[in-house]
Design a protein. Structure first.
Length: 147
């Protein structure tokens, strides 16, 4: 955690607080969440070129509507901010995937030769043959051993 810092959001201008470990963060959590949502929706739409900067709202001159994130931001500070937001969003997404894998790992299947029964299987079969439950059968066996 570390020290609590008071900073001014580079996007909305509001004051916000960050802990030492997040000191480099330039924007508040409200803006972060807002832009994460924008980035997700923008990605889903196939990154269409924006006419206005999504950070400061300035119209984007046609000639500078470049590739990548510059399709939605001015050059310079806005582009840097959008890049940071994009990278942070992508990193969180990857962490989500690590924490919650979509496909659980398959347990390796122990191979057994056909017809071969495990010790447990043998006991269960013997118990069934004697008309007892596995537990009852084991108890009888143990009693038998004591005698
Ligand atoms: Zn903000
Ligand atoms: Zn801008």
């Amino acid at each position: 955690m570390g020290k609590l810092w008071k900073k001014t959001c580079a996007i909305c201008g509001n004051d916000f607080k960050v802990y030492g470990s997040s000191y480099a963060q330039k924007y508040c959590n409200t803006c972060r969440d807002k832009y994460f949502k924008f980035l997700d929706e923008w990605a889903k739409a196939g990154y269409p070129i924006k006419t206005h900067c999504v950070i400061c709202g300035a119209p984007l001159p046609k000639r500078t509507r470049g590739a990548g994130l510059k399709k939605a931001s001015c050059d310079g500070e806005c582009y840097k901010l959008l890049t940071t937001l994009y990278q942070q969003n992508a990193r969180i997404k990857r962490e989500d995937l690590i924490v919650m894998p979509r496909r659980p790992k398959k347990e390796p299947v122990k191979r057994r030769k056909p017809g071969q029964m495990s010790r447990l299987g043998e006991l269960e079969a013997a118990a069934r043959a004697a008309g007892m439950s596995y537990g009852e059968y084991i108890a009888t066996q143990l009693r038998g051993m004591k005698q």
